[in-house]
Design a protein around this ligand. Structure first.
Ligand SMILES: C[S@@+](CC[C@H](N)C(=O)[O-])C[C@H]1O[C@@H](n2cnc3c(N)ncnc32)[C@H](O)[C@@H]1O
Length: 340
């Protein structure tokens, strides 16, 4: 584990922890995932690899799009209910955020917690070094009394380590409906794993996108400006950059489809011709028929009952929940009910 204290203008600094040798093992894991995904039937590519530097910037642009209601709706809920969301402790809980991204919405909680408690320690965990470094710099600039310790890494392995070292209670934060990227069984095991790191005084804040009109959903994942298309295609560009692939990005098209049975948006990259692609860094040559797709991401949509059932299956229970007037998005604060 390497630890860097990053000095920042105005005398403020923040700390970043990154596992030693991470880039070599990340590259090997990326190559192995690309190989197995392109050799599988149907072909798939792993969504966590969207978030290199370029992908992280594109995701920030997606959050600003008129069609992408998720960020705006969740941000409004966080703004309206920030005081209640951070209340309940005598002194400040540590705010630990999973897949924190640019942490823009988290500012609502940080501001409210600082007003209530005076001091605060914020611990974002994200696989994207760009996101961790840029967001930490922006936050210490905006909130001079905030302490930030950023962790670059996979929250599925990092969280346990982080949780063991915290001196007091924590508010675990998982926003952006990121849970929806996991298949239902994987989402349930992730929730059980998160529940294991909770103590009775801890709380878990989850932002989840609710099921709705498929036209609204499909537009949110296939915007008119083509930013989501660029985000999806960047996965192929990343394979070309990092693994020496020869994907021709003009010969693949972005597609977002709603599957009503599985209640999820699927993102695909559809081959516009029959073609062969070679990725030397992943030791794979893949042939594509015209119209064949690579399935790159799922975004599952939820119902309030479904969310409560998922909580119960992980030994958690709903303490409070907030939904916007259109019923598009839901924030829920969960606590431990039984240790599973
Ligand atoms: C959809 S973005 C959401 C960002 C932010 N939470 C929001 O609500 O806008 C998902 C974020 O999770 C990060 N991420 C994805 N899988 C991860 C993992 N296993 N461990 C840590 N970070 C992860 C990505 O780098 C990205 O920043």
């Amino acid at each position: 584990m390497s630890l860097r204290t990053v000095p920042h203008a105005g005398g403020k600094s923040f700390t970043i922890l990154q596992p030693a040798g991470a880039s070599d093992s990340d590259r090997a894991a990326f190559a192995a995932s690309v190989r197995s995904g392109l050799l599988g039937t149907p072909k798939t590519l792993p969504w966590p690899y969207f978030y290199d530097e370029q992908g992280s910037r594109l995701f920030d642009q997606i959050c600003e799009l008129p069609e992408y209601y998720l960020t705006r709706t969740e941000d409004a809920l966080l703004q309206d209910h920030a005081d209640a969301l951070v209340a309940g402790w005598e002194s400040a809980p540590t705010l630990v955020e999973l897949g924190s991204g640019s942490a823009t919405k988290t500012r609502r909680l940080i501001g409210a917690a600082l007003r209530r408690y005076g001091t605060l320690h914020y611990v974002p965990i994200d696989v994207s070094p760009t996101f961790i470094e840029d967001s930490a710099a922006a936050l210490v600039r905006a909130f001079p009394s905030l302490r930030v310790t950023g962790h670059v890494g996979d929250y599925r392995s990092e969280l346990q380590r982080v949780a063991e070292r915290l001196p007091g209670p924590k508010l675990l934060i998982f926003l952006g409906s990121s849970l929806g990227n996991y298949e239902p069984d994987d989402a349930s095991s992730l929730l059980r794993q998160l529940a294991w790191t909770l103590n009775p005084a801890d709380r878990f804040l989850l932002g989840a996108d609710l099921d709705k009109d498929p036209a609204v959903l499909e537009a949110a994942y296939d915007d008119a400006q083509g930013v989501t298309a660029a985000f999806n295609l960047n996965l192929l560009a990343r394979i070309n950059r990092e693994l020496g692939g020869n994907f021709d990005l003009d010969r693949f098209a972005h597609q977002a489809r709603y599957d009503p049975q599985r209640r999820r948006i699927e993102m695909h990259l559809v081959s516009l011709a029959s073609q062969t692609v070679t990725v030397p860094g992943a030791r794979v040559t893949a042939t594509f028929a015209e119209g064949e797709s690579i399935h790159t991401e799922n975004s599952h949509k939820y119902t309030p009952d479904g969310l409560r059932a998922m909580a119960a299956a992980a030994g958690l229970e709903e303490e409070a929940a907030w939904t916007d007037a259109r019923g598009f998005f839901r924030l829920q604060r969960w606590r431990l009910s039984v240790r599973m």
